[in-house]
Design a protein around this ligand. Structure first.
Ligand code: J2J
Length: 549
């Protein structure tokens, strides 16, 4: 099948030709990548976790086996499938099974709950959901059942379980029952969409990011080159692997591209992750700044500790890494630090492994491709003076030209010439490296997890004791930003407390990282002086007031 996915915005033909001529887009699909590796180094270890150790041949056979079972269920080309799995070997098996048949994984996070999963399921008109029965004592089978009832298109729920005796709700089946004898796989086009990634901090209709085999494999290949991956590399998936960063920068796909090994850990804290590093001989991993701080502090403390000597590179990204932390990280962990500034929509910047320490400590690096284009503009769209702060826009061989089936979001984020507005405020140094200064958009970056102010406000407005609410990101030494809820109570005599607000929003089924960190009661919201109150101005005002305290 070679039809174009409806709702996908392709690159203009002349650019597509250029990206092919320049050998960015090579025409290889993910399924071909895996089968090539399996043919060349069948015995090499592709994936390990606490209980699995699969060679490339084994992974390839498993992926085709599951693909065959999924086809038996009627899942096929372009069908969207919600995938909500923690960091375990089966994640790789499942996504490659879907890649084999041209079905599109929609990458959900284990922390997502029904408030996220239902809109994602509906926006993608998903036909199936693949999740685990339980994870960290949470009943994902029950969650999937709720999602199935609220997403009309969802026909199948497949559950990964460690216990073959488990009984599921009606309409759910054991994933293991679909591991069939591998059959023939369809021919696929590398220009086709391979999966849908999620954009951080979306409000309303989720912004789904369609990535093609061609464009994504290019970003994976360049990332693997820049991080110098090879057959001896062992990448530890520390962050939730559905995130774009551990998936592709270079992430698990980079490790597989290079013929190396993917190691999975479900728990990123030093006690578990350090043991995994020793056990699997991990050479590289990626962290968000708060996690990097935990690791650095644990390593600096010294004492009895697993052997980390295999570790060569630690990447930090997803949120701004404080210079002070960047300076300590390399020596503390005995590694080369690499800063990564990327986005699921495309553009990824890296400091290079041989960059001077000043660049590694104080910048978020430079685009990975010669063909990436960036410009930094003021609020009127004019390019700023060299070195000045401005809004970052980008386009290039692996940056999308539009969200999936979302004209409204596309009007906001993409201009007629195909420039994507990242929402990031950055400055370009004379040496070509970018420094991330902040966000123009209304979402909060809480240690790498993105939270839409508007989305959380909408939840709070449902609270019977809250008349109005404004969510603001306030500075936090560890997380970068924390979530502060300004609330105007219905009855000032009994204002809602942090505990009651948190339990209320938790009850609404949202990801735990979106919980407010603080609640500030306010009698009246300040006017912003432009007549009608703009919530964006209001947020800015409250944030400034909070900072001044
Ligand atoms: C400051 N802000 C950063 C950084 C991302 C690699 C690495 C990260 C992501 C990611 C990714 C930052 N310093 N080093 O997809 O492939 C903020 C910016 C950006 C947004 C994107 C990858 N690294 N950010 O974090 O799609 O605001 O991707 O626009 O989740 O995170 O978020 P996301």
């Amino acid at each position: 099948p070679s039809s174009v996915l409806p709702g996908f915005t392709p690159w203009p033909p002349e650019l597509a030709t250029r990206y092919r001529d320049e050998k960015c887009w090579t025409g290889e699909t993910f399924a071909q990548l895996l089968s090539t590796r399996a043919a060349h180094t069948p015995e090499a270890i592709a994936v390990v976790d606490a209980t699995h150790r699969w060679s490339y041949a084994e992974l390839d056979r498993r992926a085709r086996s599951l693909a065959t079972g999924l086809m038996r269920l009627g899942i096929g080309h372009h069908d969207r499938v919600l995938v909500q799995l923690p960091n375990r070997a089966e994640f790789v098996e499942v996504i490659f099974a879907l890649f084999e048949i041209g079905a599109l994984p929609v990458f959900c996070l284990p922390a997502h709950r029904e408030s996220e999963l239902v809109p994602i399921g509906n926006a993608s008109t998903a036909v199936a959901m693949i999740t685990c029965a339980t994870h960290q004592r949470f009943d994902h089978a029950a969650l999937a059942d709720t999602v199935r009832h609220r997403v009309a298109s969802l026909r199948h729920v497949l559950l990964l379980t460690d216990d073959p005796e488990t009984e599921f709700a009606e309409g759910a089946a054991d994933l293991a029952d679909y591991r069939d004898e591998p059959g023939d796989m369809p021919e696929l086009d590398a220009g086709d969409v391979a999966f849908l990634q999620l954009s951080g901090g979306s409000t309303g209709i989720p912004k789904l990011i369609p990535r093609t085999h061609d464009d994504y494999l290019y970003s994976v290949r360049r990332s693997a080159e820049i991080t110098e991956l090879g057959p001896d590399s062992v990448y530890l998936a520390t962050l939730p692997v559905a995130h774009n960063f551990p998936m592709s920068s270079p992430g698990i796909l980079g490790a597989l591209y290079a013929g190396g090994t993917v190691a999975m850990t479900p728990d990123p804290t030093p006690s578990t992750a350090f043991a995994a590093i020793e056990r699997f001989g991990v050479t590289i991993t990626g962290l968000v700044p708060p996690l990097a701080r935990l690791w650095v502090e644990r390593a600096e403390k010294g004492g009895e500790m697993p052997d980390l000597s295999s570790l060569q590179v630690v990447q930090v990204g997803g949120a701004r890494c404080p210079d002070e932390l960047a300076r300590r990280a390399g020596p503390a962990l005995g590694v080369t630090l690499q800063q990564v500034f990327g986005m699921a929509e495309g553009l990824v910047c890296y400091t290079r492994l041989d960059d001077p320490i000043d660049v590694v400590v104080a910048t978020q690096g430079r685009p990975m491709s010669e063909l990436d284009r960036i410009k930094i503009v003021d609020d009127e769209g004019a390019e700023v003076a060299p070195g000045a702060d401005g809004n970052l826009k980008t386009q290039g061989p692996y940056t999308i030209r539009g969200y999936y089936d979302n004209p409204e979001a596309n009007t906001r984020s993409f201009d007629a010439d195909g420039w994507y507005s990242t929402g990031d405020i950055v400055a370009l140094r004379p040496d070509g490296n970018l420094v991330v200064k902040g966000r123009a958009g209304d979402w909060i970056n809480r240690g790498g997890e993105k939270v839409s102010a508007e989305e959380l406000e909408a939840h709070l407005l449902e609270h019977p004791g809250i008349r109005d609410a404004v969510i603001v990101g306030t500075p936090d030494p560890v997380l970068g930003q924390r979530i502060c809820a300004f609330v105007q109570p219905v009855d000032p005599a009994t204002p809602p407390t942090l505990t009651t607000v948190r339990s209320f929003v938790r009850g609404r089924g949202i990801a735990a990282w979106k919980m407010p960190d603080a609640v500030v009661t306010i009698d009246e919201f300040p006017e912003t002086g432009v007549g009608k109150t703009s919530r964006r101005d209001l947020r800015r005002l409250l944030a400034e007031g909070q900072r001044a305290q």
